[in-house]
Design a protein around this ligand. Structure first.
Ligand SMILES: NC(=O)c1ccc[n+]([C@@H]2O[C@H](COP(=O)([O-])OP(=O)(O)OC[C@H]3O[C@@H](n4cnc5c(N)ncnc54)[C@H](O)[C@@H]3O)[C@@H](O)[C@H]2O)c1
Ligand SMILES: [Zn+2]
Length: 363
């Protein structure tokens, strides 16, 4: 049994929500039968610890397989080359299909390789983390980091299909689950109030990863992302709302040398964006407190101590050093994001002090 999320003109591939890992394996097997193509399996090394039996099963109907150690510091050109080499060595042709099983790092890397190998080879994305299921596997953004610049090399390239199996989430470390919650809270804020209401109402079951509530939550997030992407696939305007919390979030990731996860950094960035919204967009103060209370309940860190303020600001400003303003996505009220709001550096530093500045809590 699976649920198929309808295709859309700009998200022109099916997203299947499947019940369990056994069904995921069956779907992959069907792909082989349906397309009569060679399959090339690329998976996250950590998955072997929990899913060795399933991986061996999938391997049995793939031409060859490769595992990748998925760390943000490996999301680079060397790993991209390693995957190209694997495809070349195993004689992958343009009619082959790459099967990618892993989190956001692997999906971004394999998507990029698939989009460029022999000018494009089909790939199927099977996201196994919370972030990748609710966010990175939808929307076609693929790529890798260059020097200290996150996702600087990349393209838009869609998979043949996405298979989302929330059962994979059970083996995630707590830190990774919390990271996923960061992106989900982002959706709660930029989407009308329906998702936030659902999240609050089911918070206990969600935190305990109870199946029905998690499956519905994942599905709701996929639909929000799909709808935003479908209106602005190439990210020239509206899609920018997905960057809510990310301006400061990315700077925290870099400042902490990636010790603070993407989603945790975004969670902190969300608090800053909400405080800025109170000052600049007259946002009602209750939302900030509500979100902080949710963080406390689910265990998301609310404080961060910046290691290097100059570099922190530099990474936020990017190359726009001569502009005294920084552009932010803020909200005027719940579900009403506004893109490219100008914020002065002094304003930002003041708001960071009032919101997240405190001792670092990460290990
Ligand atoms: N393309 C996009 O639109 C987009 C959107 C958001 C994030 N991203 C990217 O996604 C990346 C973060 O993704 P992520 O949080 O999935 O990170 P990740 O891929 O590093 O996975 C996190 C950790 O979980 C492990 N893991 C994966 N699946 C597991 C499972 N089922 N059980 C146990 N452990 C498992 C991994 O080995 C890794 O250690 C970042 O590089 C970010 O830039 C991309
Ligand atoms: Zn993100």
């Amino acid at each position: 049994m699976y649920k198929k999320i309808e295709q859309d003109i700009n998200v022109p591939y099916p997203i299947y929500l499947v019940n369990n890992i056994y069904e995921t394996v069956k779907r992959i097997e069907n792909i082989k039968v349906k397309h009569r193509a060679d399959l090339f399996l690329i998976y996250d090394k950590n998955l072997s610890v929990y899913y060795d039996k399933y991986i061996n099963n999938i391997r049995s109907f793939c031409k060859s397989s490769l595992y990748i150690e998925c760390k943000e510091c490996n999301k680079n050109r060397e790993t991209v080359d390693e995957i190209y080499k694997f495809l070349v060595d195993n004689n992958a042709k343009r009619n082959g299909i790459v099967i990618c099983i892993g989190g956001g790092i692997l999906g971004d890397l394999v998507g990029f390789v698939s989009g460029t190998y022999m000018r494009g080879i089909r790939y199927i994305n099977i996201p196994t983390t919370m972030i990748s299921q609710v966010d990175s596997s939808i929307g076609g953004k693929v790529g890798y980091n260059f020097n200290n610049l996150k996702n600087y090399i990349g393209m838009f390239y869609n998979p043949l299909e996405v298979i989302v199996c929330p059962e994979f989430l059970k083996t995630l470390k707590r830190k990774e689950i919390l990271s996923g919650f960061g992106e989900i809270i982002k959706y709660c804020i930029i989407d009308r109030d329906e998702l936030l209401i659902y999240f609050e109402k089911n918070i206990e079951s969600i935190v305990n990863l109870e199946k029905d509530e998690i499956v519905l939550l994942v599905q709701k997030c996929i639909l929000i992302k799909r709808d935003i992407v479908s209106k602005d696939f190439k990210d020239t305007g509206l899609r920018n709302v997905l960057n809510f919390g990310h301006t400061v979030g990315h700077a925290i990731e870099i400042d902490s040398n990636y010790k603070v996860s993407h989603g945790q950094s975004v969670s902190l960035g969300i608090l800053v964006a909400l405080k800025l919204s109170e000052t600049l967009m007259s946002l009602d103060k209750t939302l900030y407190n509500k979100i902080k209370d949710i963080y406390t309940y689910i265990g998301i860190d609310k404080y961060y101590k910046i290691n290097n303020k100059d570099n922190f600001i530099k990474s936020i400003r990017g190359d726009k050093k001569n502009d005294s303003n920084i552009r932010f996505v803020l909200i005027s009220t719940l579900g009403k994001p506004v893109i490219a709001v100008k914020v002065k550096e002094e304003q930002l530093l003041k708001v960071i002090k009032e919101s997240i500045e405190g001792e670092k809590i990460y290990e």
